[in-house]
Design a protein. Structure first.
Length: 201
């Protein structure tokens, strides 16, 4: 029986990926680099720095990657209303799940500061018993560590947890942790040509 629900942040709690990817493309154009749709699935759910090192290691220096990462985070953090839109019915869903006895957690590859700001900005922080972020793990998604920790924080057994994910690496992480996964198909991704491997769920 499911007793705990663990949500990813970007793409599940809030819609941010499409707008943030547009901003990343803008930053890369300053370095005469393009970001084709064929590479976008590698970026969704992943830390900016890790993605840039994986894809542009031969074209960007470490200092340039660091600068782009900081610019991207600063822009988004200072303009949350511009880049983040809460999922439809988000607050109602969190309230009803809590009222029905489900324990909620967030498990995100983003920083704790960022996740906490999102939850507080949209008035849902009080519904979450745990927030597991990049700051809380040694190995981010697709490593299962973040979901293993989330389940432990909620004091829930693996078969009592349901994860809601929208990215390939997030789905993979949850499955590796031995948790049940509900793959959220994001119509915005499909509209913009982004592809997620939902077959992992």
């Amino acid at each position: 029986m499911i007793k705990a629900v663990i949500l990813d942040n970007d793409g599940v709690i809030v819609q941010t990926e499409v707008r943030r990817l547009a901003h990343l493309r803008k930053l890369l154009r300053k370095h005469s680099l393009a970001l084709p749709n064929s590479l976008l699935n590698k970026q969704i759910g992943k830390q900016t720095k890790d993605f840039l090192k994986e894809v542009f290691a031969q074209k960007l220096s470490d200092s340039e990657i660091e600068a782009i990462t900081k610019q991207r985070m600063k822009e988004f953090y200072n303009n949350i209303n511009k880049y983040a839109k809460p999922a439809k019915g988000l607050r109602k869903m969190c309230k009803e799940l809590t009222n029905h006895g489900y324990k909620l957690a967030v498990a995100s590859n983003s920083s704790r500061q960022y996740v906490e700001r999102i939850l507080n900005r949209f008035g849902i922080r009080k519904y979450f018993k745990a927030v597991i972020s990049l700051n809380d793990v040694k190995h981010p998604k697709p490593n299962p560590e973040i979901y293993i920790k989330a389940a432990k924080k909620l004091r829930a057994k693996k078969d009592q947890c349901l994860v809601v994910e929208d990215s390939t690496i997030g789905i993979t992480a949850a499955k590796k942790a031995g948790l049940k996964v509900a793959a959220l198909k994001n119509r915005l991704y499909q509209k913009h040509g982004y592809r997620v491997n939902y077959s992992e769920a």
